[in-house]
Design a protein around this ligand. Structure first.
Ligand code: NAP
Ligand code: MG
Length: 399
């Protein structure tokens, strides 16, 4: 068979621990036999990040801007224990944080659905994708505990030195707590653009919700910016694609989500996204079946698995024990990136390959062959639990 050619490279970011082991196997077993892989390789594994003083992460992000598509393996975000374990020069920042800051992107998380792994909410037959605004609100707050009798105000001093004041609360016999939060129009606008861009890309409706009836200035600003970006930049494109944008109150959105059958994108403010993405990941069954894509407002895409480096399995692997680590989300990161590369380059063969890789993966699980995490949850009666490598070979056999 002639291998599929790629005219333009995509950015490949290698990572750490068990996912690094899977990464190499996925390429050898599922990709390289079929594709003349054309990637610009960046090693984001912790040893090389340390060696380059994390410059490699910045270079990888800039290359992603240049080529438009990247695929990333899970990476360690160092903490004190990792500094010791890897004898690091510094506690380097989260690579995902660095990449997101450079691309100014929004992260979309979507579950991969297979028959035999039932969501806790059985009506969810289609994926619900969550987009979380990753700037501001309580994540950049200022807060204080204040004594009885305190008068607390918000003071805004504008660029000319003029002050505007508003009383938050005049405390009486009991002291209490206060908090100041902010957001920035530019960040909200860019978040809105990422969400509309992604909805168009997926041809799915976009929902956005806040609490503008209570927060008449703050949350209302979010609602207005979304409406304005929609009206001026996306309305006609949405109509052409036959999809909808709709805004509702956050509590109404939650009620609708639970009753829905899925198949849309749910844009969330920072806190809502933090909470709801964990709820959704659990409700759909497994973090190992959750994909993640970072989309920049100018349409650059970076694909990865939502889970981490699966450290516990890696230590077993290092001791020579067999592991049964789920590679599905990482495979889908590759198929997502290859499909996007194909779409940008008009490479139909590459797009078809991505579809086939995904359906072979799903079929493998639906025919009962799966890793331990899924075997423990499956409702099929012919389940065969296999090790990490056998799972990939079973997919290859179907591919
Ligand atoms: P994790 O790697 O997601 O693993 C947590 C647990 O979830 C595992 O121990 C395993 O449970 C289960 N699990 C996750 N993915 C699995 C898979 N593909 N197959 C089977 N089981 C899976 O999270 P963590 O242990 O909290 O973090 C480990 C490292 O990953 C940390 O250094 C963290 O910084 C990094 N991390 C990176 C990213 C990223 O790059 N996007 C995201 C999150 C965390 P059992 O052990 O019970 O089998
Ligand atoms: Mg959370």
């Amino acid at each position: 068979m002639a291998k599929i050619r790629m005219t333009t490279p995509l950015v490949e970011m290698d990572g750490d621990e068990m996912t690094r082991v899977l990464w190499k196997m996925i390429k050898e077993i599922l990709l390289e036999p079929y594709i003349e892989l054309n990637t610009e390789y960046y090693d984001l594994g912790l040893p090389y990040r340390d060696q380059t003083n994390d410059q490699v992460t910045v270079d990888a992000a800039n290359a992603t801007k240049k080529y438009g598509v990247a695929v990333k393996c899970a990476t360690i975000t160092p903490n004190a224990a990792r500094v010791e374990e890897y004898k690091l020069k510094e506690m380097w920042k989260s690579p995902n944080g660095t990449i997101r800051a450079i691309l100014d992107g929004t992260v979309f998380r979507a579950p991969i659905l297979v028959k035999g792994i039932q969501p806790y909410i059985p009506t969810w037959t289609k994926p619900i994708t969550i987009a979380r605004h990753a700037y501001g609100d309580i994540y950049k707050n200022v807060e204080m505990q204040v004594p009885a009798g305190a008068k607390c105000e918000i003071v805004c001093t504008d660029a000319n030195g003029n002050e505007t004041r508003k009383v938050i609360h005049q405390f009486g016999e009991s002291g209490g707590i206060i908090q100041g939060v902010h957001n920035v129009d530019a960040s909200i606008t860019s978040f809105a653009r990422c969400c509309f861009t992604y909805a168009l890309d997926k041809k799915q409706d976009l929902w956005f919700a806040a609490k503008d009836t209570i927060s008449k200035t703050y949350d209302h600003r979010f609602k207005d910016i979304f409406a304005e970006v929609y009206e001026t930049e996306f309305k006609s494109k949405f109509e052409e694609a036959g999809i909808e944008y709709f805004y509702t109150l956050i509590d109404d959105a939650v009620a609708r989500v639970v009753r829905s059958d899925g198949g849309y994108i749910w844009a969330c403010k920072n806190y809502d996204g933090d909470v709801m993405s964990d709820m959704l990941a659990t409700a759909y069954g497994s973090l190992a079946m959750m994909t993640s894509v970072l989309v920049s407002p100018d349409g650059v895409f970076e694909y990865e698995a939502a889970h981490g480096t699966v450290q516990r399995h890696y230590y077993k692997y290092l001791k020579g024990e067999t592991t049964s680590t789920n590679s599905v989300a990482t495979i889908f990161a590759w198929s997502g990136a290859l499909r996007k590369r194909g779409e940008m380059d008009g490479n139909d063969e590459l797009m078809t390959f991505a579809d086939r890789l995904e359906s072979a993966t799903i079929r493998t699980i639906e025919e009962g062959v799966m890793t331990g995490d899924l075997a423990a949850m499956s409702t099929l009666d012919n389940v065969k639990k296999v090790d990490s490598e056998t799972f990939l070979r079973e997919i290859a056999a179907r591919l």
